[in-house]
Design a protein around this ligand. Sequence first.
Ligand code: 2AM
Ligand code: CA
Length: 259
Amino acid sequence: MIAFIKNLVLEAGTLCLEGQKKLTSHDLEFKSDKDIVTQTDKKVEAFLVKAILERYPDHGIQGEEYGVVRAKSGFKWIIDPIDGTTSFVHRLPFYSISIALEKAGELVLGVVYAPATGQLFYAEEGKGAFAGSTPIHVSDTQKLDNAVMATGFACLRAGLKDNNLPIFNEIVPKLRDVRRFGSAALDLCYAAMGSLDGFWEMNLNIYDIAAGTVILREAGGVVTDFTGGRQFPEKGFAASNKGLHDELIHILTKYCASA
Ligand code: 2AM
Ligand code: CA
């Protein structure tokens, strides 16, 4: 199963790279004032859905662009054909194809591929996390002073009044530094390989974080909502190594009402 999905994302990656070369303003559609989708997002999702349903006809699918195909079994694939569409459109390398599998309501498999950098991340429940064929682990950073974290502003693109800016103002001075790549799936993989120490964001959707969540957990990390609970991404999304998580949640928990 994992080998099938790994091959599939590599093929989908070629579609992304080809689509990006030919990208013109005619390929863009606006889902809202700032939320863009391209023909490539749609083409990649259609390609992935067709291939997965051919192989697993009784499985369900939840994709960002075309919505839900109902499951006739307990399996559901959660797909973001391009996570980081803004980076894709602006020809920055930080976008990814993200595919997760949910079995009886639990996330059990995740694959994230960044075609522009060639990085392929994957994990299956209980089997560890990998970048290429190399096992990956979260960092052992214990203090926010020494931590580099990522965040994002989906909340601003969605036009929310309660947003990440007050949180950003509070956390950034406590960290060594912050990065903003624009793909939640990749942020989670960078945390899984220990390049980042953590990541938080609000107003994400399940397809942004499902695959990265499996990969981060298998790399030894922890994923919660802003209160340390399981209601993510609806009540905020916080991910880090286990040593930093309490300190991160201590800050985020008071912003939970706005998450
Ligand atoms: P996307 O590129 O698939 O839309 C970056 O901040 C993260 O937020 C990315 O995972 C991005 O996914 C997601 N995102 C960006 N704008 C959004 C919006 N308006 N609503 C929800 N999620 C958004
Ligand atoms: Ca997307």
